[in-house]
Write a protein that binds this ligand. Structure first.
Ligand SMILES: NC(=O)c1ccc[n+]([C@@H]2O[C@H](COP(=O)([O-])OP(=O)(O)OC[C@H]3O[C@@H](n4cnc5c(N)ncnc54)[C@H](O)[C@@H]3O)[C@@H](O)[C@H]2O)c1
Length: 411
């Protein structure tokens, strides 16, 4: 809990927050359990929805299968289902709407509905939309489990596309590479993938070697001191010699060199584009050319809200992070041919050393300018990465999911 959150949950704080209409950050539930009981309505298309525990209000989740909505008139079903029950959603409640494809008027309209519901929910509630393509119904379970659990605590107002089947099994016995793993978000990703069974190769620059060893030991993985901007052959030969390949690659290493464009010298531009984008392209090419990424592999990029909305002083960073989204879109069909996937997370304001260095006022604004009125935790990004990485998410390809508490910027 940050300081304001502590104040807002004290006796006096609660009164002031209510009277003055101040942001009211609710402590988020982050466990793996599904929100129950669920109220399920709409079409009867997804086998997984039948497994949900149902019951009476207060509801843990409101799930509406809007797959059969085909006309503007049909959209009224959203109002009919949600209007009577939306105030009966309990703390950290989940709203999930399921669609078929965004390529028709009525189906695309679902996005506006879900994003607005997300902004209206209080007490840590989230709302997300999942388009499940025809034939991909059995591939939706991992996504629904994620969105209906506490693991998606800081994911709201998002649209996920499930376009294929799930693969069987878990991360047990698989090898995952996490770059920039010595601290912050990378450390959390390493810990979460290890929790799910993967052997994690934790990579960071030699200067971060001490912290890197600590993380690698803590997660039972291995430490690889390597500057990712170097020749990718060093990395691919390490993965082939030690592990015979790799199953999950998370491009988390990233840097900022902020300055307004007029004051930014070319070295700041080059450094950021190199670490955040160019070397990922090179590594991906090497992984694919040498068949280092095994069949069913997963690549996960780390973009940023800045790459979607833009940010003052971050022309270099936002360019690189928008490029990460381009990388996902262009490689998704290539990876699909190998039964593999590529997706990206786009974090908003996450509480790390990077954001602790931001001046107080800017930091406070960043923290509160989202539907949940609080910053996210590195574990929120890590859980989203773990969902992409899971074999069960084999049908989730080419997605960019913001982990931003539905930040107002670029929404
Ligand atoms: N913290 C946030 O709010 C936030 C928001 C949006 C996106 N992100 C992104 O999330 C990722 C992690 O962010 P963080 O806050 O944990 O940052 P961080 O600075 O704490 O960690 C980044 C890590 O990457 C490593 N790294 C940098 N250059 C490298 C290189 N050439 N080779 C190998 N490793 C290298 C660093 O040593 C460091 O350990 C970054 O890509 C960042 O852009 C963070």
């Amino acid at each position: 809990m940050d300081r304001y959150q502590k104040f807002a949950s004290s006796g006096l704080g609660r009164q002031l927050v209510r009277r003055l209409g101040l942001p009211n950050p609710y402590p988020l539930r982050r466990d793996a359990a599904l929100a129950t009981p669920a109220l399920v309505g709409g079409a009867d298309r997804l086998p997984f929805l039948k497994q949900l525990e149902t019951g009476s209000a207060p509801y843990g989740a409101l799930v509406f299968d809007a797959s059969d909505i085909a006309t503007v008139g049909d959209l009224r079903q959203l109002h009919d289902f949600f209007h009577p029950v939306i105030t009966r959603l309990g703390p950290c409640g989940r709203v999930v709407v399921i669609g078929r494809s965004p390529d028709t008027v009525a189906q695309r309209a679902l996005e506006g509905f879900v994003r607005s519901v997300g902004k209206e929910l209080r007490r840590g509630g989230t709302a997300n939309l999942v388009y499940v393509a025809d034939g991909a119904e059995d591939g939706a379970e991992s996504t629904l489990r994620f969105l209906l659990s506490g693991r998606s605590a800081y994911v709201s107002g998002q649209v996920v596309h499930v376009s294929g089947a799930a693969a069987p099994g878990t991360l047990e016995g698989k090898v995952a590479l996490v770059t920039g793993a010595s601290r912050g978000i990378g450390e959390a990703i390493a810990a979460t993938l290890a929790r799910d069974g993967a052997h994690v190769v934790c990579l960071d620059v030699p200067a971060a070697g001490e912290d890197l060893s600590k993380v690698a030991n803590a997660v039972g993985g291995s430490a690889l001191q390597l500057d990712i901007t170097g020749d990718p052959a060093k990395l691919t030969s390490y993965l082939l010699e030690r592990h015979g390949g790799v199953d999950v690659v998370v491009h988390n290493a990233g840097i900022t060199r902020d300055k307004t464009l007029a004051r930014m010298d070319a070295s700041k531009w080059d450094a950021v584009l190199e670490v955040n984008l160019a070397c990922q392209e090179r590594v991906n090419a090497a992984l694919l050319e040498g068949d280092v990424l095994r069949t069913g592999g997963r690549i996960v990029g780390v973009s940023s809200i800045a790459g979607i909305a833009g940010n003052v002083g971050q022309t270099n960073y936002a360019t690189s992070k928008a490029g990460v989204i381009g990388m996902v879109k262009s490689l998704a069909p290539v990876l699909a041919e190998r039964g593999a996937t590529i997706n990206a997370v786009a974090p908003g304001f996450i509480e790390t050393k990077m954001t602790a260095a931001v001046p107080l006022l800017t930091r406070e604004v960043g923290r509160r300018m989202n539907s949940l009125s609080q910053g996210g935790l590195p574990s929120d990004v890590a859980e989203t990465v773990a969902w992409f990485a899971a074999p069960g998410s084999g049908g989730v390809n080419g997605n960019v999911v913001r982990v931003c508490g539905q930040m107002l910027l670029g929404a």
